[in-house]
Design a binder for this molecule. Structure first.
Ligand code: SF4
Length: 668
């Protein structure tokens, strides 16, 4: 991305601190009480706002756990507005981005600036693949590369929309299906972007988004966009034109419990057979269009395709994610095939560079070929001790696979410390689930945070009366084969008491399917199963179907909000320890143990605590919610580490007796 003419600044000219103090805003009788229809005084909200304001003023980092019901978005937005600083707010989910942009900020503008004076400039940015690349669309015009009637129809709809849209955001095109293959060919991903040299640069939607961000007081992004941008800046050694996010005075990370995973994926390296094919396809289409596809260029493309196919087929077999520890042995045996791919990439690059009077995009293809060469080299030959190398194989058709060679940092803490926290004046990390055993040592260590202010806010909910936490002491260990049958029986009994209205959440698909099959036809309530429909459709059906029971896995453990009686019970099958054979988890465990630490207590237990808190957090979403939380894994009672889980959960009323559950629901 090119520099804009506006100098980078972390303060937004024209925005003044608002006269209303935090107390005058949040306290009873204050601005919020007069403007918000559902106002309640929340001590934790005021406390959080004061901590955020202090962190912004003192230019320090802050980590704050604010449970559901605190009203944390207003608690950081008000001090952000008062600070007059340009601030990025990065969230984990699209729902929260939309809530901030469409609900919370307009509400605050109305409350703080009723006469319109001092209104905020706010910009909502999504990942680049949500926006149309005008150049790609124009290049497609008149080309015979559209496949099938559906693509032609989509093309027509997009071409008509492109003439009217101000943003280029595909969300405006409701009729375009999520999985449109055409969109993937014409979105504005950075891979194929020509930046300032593009003929459509002036009217490019990404240029426009960048310009809007430079003029904004508040920029709303998600963690993926934030870390993608940060890693581009880091690779470009912070050149002023790198990335699309401007310099800011602070970053607020909401849903911050997801930071380690997202950061890990963007500071890693990934090369796939699909990526090589995409490069070949783009080169071919462009050269055909420009009448530059010579015999030798076709030969170079053919050779790269063949060699890449051969090389990826040779990689160790297996589906899903698995470690690639024996890279050396693999290279001993298959070094020639690896070199052949590298040579084909080098040949393509040199063919591209030697083209006479070439269009601008050809330079970009040469850069992509070189990048692939460098990354292949790193993935196969690097001995970096802080990186885990692994393979992911995903089915993409009947006999087709996408194969990814991956490298992920084992510990992102040193990277985040140098690239992010040491460079930022103020970072605020918040979520309903950050603390373990009442403290932040785990998060600080995993994320490389030092010298932070910390705060765990009191809950706004009366958990002791609103939620009953039940653990059956008599069920077998969930790792034994007897568990599924006994667990299914107990789930049936619990659902009879709660009359359905439940999420039954599992730590694996296999366990979910097993228990679902055992209960099929046995329950008097409608049963919904993850995978039978898209997530949003399933949730909608759950909300609309009286007494429904939803069986689901990890994707429903967070970011799902069902208020009211319709969700009166959350059952979790077992303590959610990350799969120990997962290559990234295994490497982290090994590394902590090798340094003399205790990976189980320093990494696996705290990570599972955070996940369990997220899962149970689905139940109580408002002051009026009430219900049952059941954990069918009694290791929480029997093992020494169980205490850490119990001490980290809110103070639910606890029981091991089914009779108490019956009483709680008034069943005699
Ligand atoms: S600048 Fe990049 S994203 Fe924008 S139209 Fe050109 S190629 Fe597409």
């Amino acid at each position: 991305m090119a520099p804009t003419s506006q100098p980078a600044s972390t303060a937004v000219p024209g925005v003044k601190k608002h006269d209303v103090s935090l107390y005058q805003f949040f306290a009873p009788g204050g601005v919020l009480s007069r403007t918000h229809p559902a106002y309640e005084f929340r001590r934790g909200q005021l406390q959080m706002a004061q901590s955020v304001e202090q962190a912004l003023e003192e230019k320090r980092h802050l980590i704050v756990e604010a449970g559901t019901g605190t009203g944390k978005t207003l608690a950081y937005l008000v001090p952000v507005i008062r600070s007059g600083k340009r601030v990025i707010i990065s969230t984990g989910t699209k729902n929260l981005q939309e809530q901030l942009f469409h609900k919370d900020i307009p509400f605050l503008e109305q409350a703080l600036f009723p006469d319109g004076e001092g209104r905020l400039n706010v910009c909502y940015m999504k990942g680049r693949n949500n926006y149309l690349c005008r150049k790609k669309l124009y290049d497609l015009t008149g080309q015979p590369v559209l496949s099938g009637l559906e693509e032609i129809e989509h093309y027509r709809a997009i071409a008509a929309w492109e003439k009217m849209t101000q943003t280029g955001d595909r969300a405006e095109l409701a009729e375009l299906p999520e999985a449109s293959a055409l969109w993937h060919k014409i979105d504005a991903r950075s891979d194929a972007c020509l930046g300032q040299k593009c003929s459509s640069w002036d009217k490019c939607f990404i240029t426009e988004m960048h310009r809007r961000a430079m003029e904004s007081d508040i920029i709303i992004v998600n963690h993926h966009l934030f870390f993608a941008d940060l890693s581009i800046k880091q690779q470009a050694e912070y050149a002023p034109d790198a990335g699309i996010l401007p310099e800011v005075g602070a970053v607020i990370f909401d849903e911050a419990h997801e930071l380690e995973d997202v950061a890990g994926s963007y500071f890693g390296v990934s090369v796939s057979n699909g990526r090589v094919e995409e490069l070949c396809r783009d080169v071919e289409a462009s050269l055909q269009r420009n009448h530059l596809l010579s015999v030798s260029m076709s030969g170079a493309l053919k050779s790269l395709r063949e060699r890449s196919m051969f090389f990826f087929a040779l990689l160790p077999q297996g589906e899903g994610r698995f470690s690639f520890e024996n890279r050396r042995d693999f290279l001993e045996e298959n070094g020639d095939e690896f070199m052949a791919v590298q040579q084909s990439l080098a040949r393509l690059r040199s063919e591209l560079e030697n083209l006479q009077s070439k269009p601008e995009e050809v330079f970009n293809f040469a850069r992509r070929a070189q990048e692939l060469q460098v990354q292949f080299g790193f993935l196969m030959e690097s001995e970096d001790p802080n990186t885990v190398f692994w393979i992911e194989r995903r089915r993409s058709g009947r006999d087709k696979f996408n194969v990814y060679l991956q490298a992920t940092p084992i510990d992102v803490a040193p990277i985040l410390k140098t690239c992010l926290f040491d460079k930022l004046e103020c970072a605020v990390l918040t979520s309903a689930t950050l603390a373990v055993g009442g403290g932040f040592e785990y998060m600080r260590r995993r994320l490389g945070l030092e010298h932070t202010q910390e705060s765990v806010l009191p809950s706004h909910f009366d958990y002791e009366n609103q939620a009953l936490f039940y653990v059956p002491p008599d069920l077998p260990d969930p790792r034994t084969p007897q568990f599924a049958a006994k667990a299914a029986d107990r789930i049936r009994r619990l659902l009879e008491i709660t009359r359905g209205r439940a999420f039954v959440l599992f730590t694996s698909y296999a366990q979910m399917n097993d228990v679902y099959q055992r209960l099929l036809g046995e329950l008097d309530f409608p049963m919904l199963l993850q995978g039978d429909a898209p997530k949003s459709a399933l949730l909608e059906e759950f909300r609309l179907t009286p007494n429904a029971v939803l069986f689901a896995t990890s994707s429903f453990w967070q970011g799902v909000d069902v208020q009211g009686e319709q969700l009166s019970c959350v059952i979790i099958d077992r303590l959610p320890f990350a799969v120990p054979s997962d290559p990234v988890v295994a490497a982290r465990v090994k590394s902590i143990d090798a340094e003399g630490g205790n990976a189980f207590f320093q990494y696996q237990v705290p990570a599972a605590v955070i996940t369990l808190k997220q899962g149970f957090g689905r139940l109580i979403r408002s002051l009026h919610d009430r219900g049952l939380l059941a954990l069918l894994d009694n290791r929480i009672l029997k093992k020494a580490y169980g205490r850490v889980f119990v001490e980290s959960l809110p103070n639910y009323r606890k029981t091991t007796e089914i009779k108490v559950v019956e009483e709680f629901f008034g069943v005699v």
